[in-house]
Design a protein around this ligand. Structure first.
Ligand SMILES: Cc1cc2nc3c(=O)[nH]c(=O)nc-3n(C[C@H](O)[C@H](O)[C@H](O)COP(=O)(O)O)c2cc1C
Length: 181
């Protein structure tokens, strides 16, 4: 069975990033995939801040990622890069944690000024974790999406919905083509 894990990197709740991850899970609702989520903000802060590689919540997240064929990683842009809490988590993953996985990045920013963040900041970190197949990411701005009751994603721009759906379709097709379990 195909396993997919979604990593949400926002420290906030409610969060557009989290709503986008929920949307992705629903998008694949008619598959028999096993889908799980990791919310960086829910991991033990002491483990994250004190570099506790063997901490229970870090180990659980690492195991979820190890078991997945596909990884969706979503982060808000903070100061022109990914969030600190997401980096804390990524720093504690074992080397090669993303090797052999199909990775789809999403980034959400307040404006389009940092639209290249996925390429100059996020992808190098993903590559350092061993990711070889990183699909073209999608960058969205706050004017394009919102959320209802802090959960359900609302697209306010049709082109944003199209871009997200195309990226999710590409991930699904790539997983099928590579015939990953
Ligand atoms: C501390 C902080 C720093 C931010 N820095 C940037 C930035 O450098 N560039 C940008 O486009 N948006 C920036 N934003 C806006 C967020 O990326 C944007 O609102 C995002 O959609 C928030 O995602 P979330 O709702 O999942 O937390 C920043 C927001 C915060 C709170």
């Amino acid at each position: 069975m195909t396993t997919l894990v979604m990593i949400a990197g926002s420290p906030s709740a409610p969060s557009r990033t989290t709503a986008l991850m929920d949307y992705a899970a629903r998008y694949y609702g008619d598959t028999n995939w096993q889908i799980s989520a990791i919310h960086a903000r829910d991991l033990d802060p002491a483990e994250l801040l004190h570099g506790q590689f063997n901490g229970a919540t870090v180990q659980a997240a690492a195991a979820q990622i190890a078991a997945a064929a596909g990884v969706i990683i979503g982060t808000p842009v903070y100061k022109a890069a990914y969030t600190g809490v997401l980096k804390c988590l990524l720093d504690l993953l074992p080397s090669g944690a993303l090797a052999g996985k199909i990775v789809l990045p999403f980034a959400l920013g307040g404006s389009a000024h940092h639209a290249l963040m996925i390429d100059y900041a996020l992808k190098p970190v993903l590559a350092a974790l061993g990711a070889e197949i990183i699909l073209p990411g999608v960058y969205l701005i706050d004017q394009q999406i919102g959320h209802q009751n802090g959960r359900e994603l609302r697209f306010t721009a049709p082109e944003a919905e199209m871009k997200v759906n195309q990226a999710l379709d590409m991930l699904a097709n790539t997983l099928r083509l590579t015939n990953m379990p």
